[in-house]
Design a protein around this ligand. Structure first.
Ligand code: MG
Length: 139
């Protein structure tokens, strides 16, 4: 749902109402999770937090209403590639956006090969985070 209650079309802060959306943040670093959660607070999205790849897979099984996953790649127990592969086996259409600090040239290929729909690079920029999520969640 798009709520146009701001005259500045480029200002995403009041642009999105995702109060009916459930987003799973997969992130092992608490400070990074807090940053993402704070950024998404303005959209009113409902948030879940998984701290490792195994927990991410379990939560995707448990919460069928999850609309989108923000997947860190470097994770304990199960990395983001493997967690994505497993989630896509039972939820092939669930959008998964990888977030990684790795900027090696083959990173995007690896991320897409694992089944991720998109990739954002750390440090995460707020407007990139929101606009990338919007591409998949507003459909
Ligand atoms: Mg990490």
């Amino acid at each position: 749902m798009l709520v146009d209650n701001n005259n500045d079309a480029n200002d995403w802060r009041n642009k999105y109402d995702w109060s009916d959306k459930l987003i799973l943040i997969v992130e092992d670093i608490e400070a990074n999770h807090m940053f993402i959660a704070a950024a998404l607070k303005r959209t009113s999205a409902q948030l879940l937090w998984a701290k490792d790849g195994m927990e991410a897979v379990e939560m995707c099984r448990e919460y069928e209403s999850i609309d989108l996953v923000l997947m860190d790649i470097r994770l304990p127990k199960l990395d983001g590639y493997e967690a994505t592969r497993q989630i896509k086996e039972f939820r092939p259409k669930l959008p998964i956006i990888a977030q990684t600090a790795y900027v090696m040239s083959n990173e995007k290929g690896k991320v897409l090969q694992a089944g991720c729909d998109d990739l954002i690079t750390k440090p995460i920029r707020l407007n990139v985070l929101i606009s990338t999520i919007a591409k998949y969640i507003e459909e």
